[in-house]
Design a protein around this ligand. Structure first.
Ligand code: NAD
Length: 399
């Protein structure tokens, strides 16, 4: 089939298997060009198919020869309809890992459910014995609670007051003003239920109950802070409350792991183009300006550069550098005063007319298309490709 990008608002509903494969190969090449580390051996990544989770899986496997189990929620292909990008990413990842003799198996389904946790625990018992590291990198708009059955929906809204600021439609480049109405009370609780720390702690509790955590075990989840102009909708908004909950959960998990000297961390990462961040209004314009400034200053990073730096210079060290709130920071370049001041100046000037020259909308767009395997130079998009790509460890998914 000939596969072209087809967007519904900010999400592309097609994905290109060869393009996704190329993205994964590029990330693998990046990790192979760096020095190896040896202290992550058996790694479980929850949310392993795209964004920071995929980069964590690649970094563990190709930077540390780790065996990896990846959990995610992706759509397999059916004849005439492509899979989601994360499916093709994982197919490419497993193929490359297996070529190098690395263990890599995947589980596709709702990580919030008891069923997927059970399947994962069974697989760890059979193949791993114990895990050394769990990366928790879920980003989801909904969560069905495994006990109550209640379905929670997360929202990205300011709290108390409406928030008005500029945003961009990345398809047209039009800069306009948007007002986001404040949340209602239940929104905060619902967003915490989806994106807070409860599910992370359930995962770790269940692994602990089954005696599957190695001595000196570590687990990490990801957060974001940022500052003006994203603050009112992100850190001070509903999602910020969920991130505060996630950050507090790290301390509770660490307390529960004293016997095995286990530790839970939250890493505050940089704003990046991923499937989840494109859904947050204002953020695409902020990222377009931020990319321009960070590229000019030669400190721009994508997911793989961020995660390599997290693993090699923070998370896997004996003494981990942390901020006053106990968080790991790899958003340090983004948060530098000179970078933020420059973004702020550009923000005041930015308009539809000036964005192309003062910002990096092109870089933003390229990254969005790349997420789905499109706009990659080496790929011929006029050529027929087989959409029915298999993930080796999930052969039975095909009907
Ligand atoms: P992403 O959308 O690229 O990846 C999300 C992953 O979660 C995918 O593997 C997807 O399959 C999986 N997933 C979603 N729902 C699932 C479910 N119910 N069951 C199993 N798997 C499921 O997201 P991302 O941007 O890499 O975000 C990962 C984490 O990093 C999030 O906590 C996010 O808030 C945080 N973060 C993101 C940014 C950013 O700019 N993107 C910055 C800092 C922190």
């Amino acid at each position: 089939m000939i596969i072209k990008p087809k967007f519904r608002r900010f999400i592309c509903i097609t994905a290109h298997p060869k393009g996704c494969e190329k993205n994964v190969l590029n990330q693998i090449d990046y990790i192979k060009s760096k020095s190896q580390f040896t202290n992550a051996r058996k790694v479980l990544v929850i949310g392993a198919s795209t964004g920071f989770g995929l980069s964590s899986r690649i970094t563990s496997a190709f930077g540390s020869n780790a065996s990896t189990i990846g959990v995610f929620f992706e759509k397999p292909p059916v004849h005439g309809k492509t899979a989601t990008a994360g499916w093709y990413n994982t197919a490419a990842f497993e193929k490359e890992a297996h070529k190098e003799g690395l263990y890599a198996k995947s589980i596709n389904g709702d990580a919030f459910s008891n069923e997927i946790k059970k399947q994962t625990i069974k697989l760890i018992k059979e193949d791993f014995e114990k895990v050394d590291l769990v990366v928790y990198s879920l980003a989801s708009p909904i969560r069905k609670h495994p006990v109550s059955g209640v379905q929670y929906r997360s929202v990205l809204k300011p709290i108390k007051n409406p928030y008005t600021n500029k945003t961009v439609d990345f398809h047209t480049g039009e800069v306009s003003e948007i007002t986001i109405e404040p949340c209602i009370d239940e929104d905060i609780e619902n967003t915490i239920a989806v994106m807070g720390g409860e599910d992370w702690s359930i995962w770790i509790d269940k692994l602990k109950e089954n005696n599957l955590l190695a001595n000196n075990f570590k687990t990490v989840a990801f957060s974001y802070i940022g500052q003006w102009p994203t603050e009112q909708i992100y850190r001070n908004g509903t999602i910020g409350k969920a991130k505060e909950h996630l950050e507090q959960t790290a301390f509770l998990i660490t307390n529960s792991l004293q016997k095995i000297n286990g530790k839970a961390f939250v890493s505050v990462n940089k704003a990046l183009v991923t499937q989840s961040s494109s859904a947050v209004p204002i953020i695409p314009l902020y990222i377009s300006l931020l990319y321009k400034v960070m590229k000019d200053e030669q400190v721009h990073e994508g997911c793989i550069e961020q995660i390599y730096r997290l693993f090699s210079e923070r998370l896997l060290l004996d003494k981990i550098p942390k901020d006053s709130e106990g968080r790991i920071r790899i958003d340090d370049f983004e948060m530098r005063d000179d970078i933020q001041n420059k973004v702020s100046e550009l923000w005041d000037e930015v308009s539809t007319e000036s964005l192309m020259s003062i910002g990096d909308l092109e870089g933003y767009r390229t990254d969005i298309f790349n997420l789905f395997g499109f706009n990659i130079n080496e790929i011929n998009y006029e050529k027929e490709v087989d959409e029915m790509v298999n993930i080796p460890s999930l052969e039975n998914f095909f009907t």
